[in-house]
Design a binder for this molecule. Structure first.
Ligand SMILES: CC(C)(COP(=O)(O)OP(=O)(O)OC[C@H]1O[C@@H](n2cnc3c(N)ncnc32)[C@H](O)[C@@H]1OP(=O)(O)O)[C@@H](O)C(=O)NCCC(=O)NCCS
Length: 119
């Protein structure tokens, strides 16, 4: 069952400015995200996705502890790296979009329902 939803939108221009700051990407992106996000638009997509995930799970965590990776089809998947996050039975889905000026993302958290065997 769905237990959380989150959404975020960000201006690519804001991210472009932030990228001029030392270690900005290092602070918010995992290593594989850094390798993947070669444009401000892609970084903005990650930023929006991580904000959306935080809203959906309902707990704050470092952006760097949220790893969003793309499979062979390009579909993004979420892995939470924060050791304090109890993600048992939780599945997080994310969808990202970006245009020249803005990036946005939506996240949904699903919790698997325990099947109690009937006597
Ligand atoms: C996947 C697709 C719909 C993306 O749409 P788009 O308008 O080009 O681009 P958007 O800005 O809206 O979205 C880009 C984001 O879509 C996501 N995306 C890419 N491929 C995806 C896929 N197969 N499934 C889900 N999400 C995907 C990525 O997160 C990407 O951002 P990122 O590379 O920064 O992580 C488009 O590339 C497409 O039609 N591909 C061919 C058909 C296809 O594979 N469809 C998959 C769904 S059935």
């Amino acid at each position: 069952m769905v237990v959380g939803i989150g959404i975020d939108i960000v201006e690519v221009g804001r991210i472009k400015k932030a990228l001029k700051r030392d270690r900005f990407t290092r602070r918010i992106l995992t290593e594989r995200e850094e390798a993947y996000c070669t444009t401000p638009m892609k970084v903005a997509g990650r930023w929006a996705a991580k904000e959306a995930v935080i809203k959906a799970v309902g707990v704050t965590m470092l952006m760097k502890n949220i790893d969003i990776w793309n499979d062979q089809l390009g579909q993004p998947h979420v892995t939470i790296l924060d050791p304090n996050f109890d993600g048992k039975r939780l599945k997080i889905f994310v969808s990202i979009t970006h245009e020249k000026t803005h990036a946005a993302a939506v996240a949904v958290v699903e919790r698997s329902v325990l099947q109690i065997p009937m006597a």
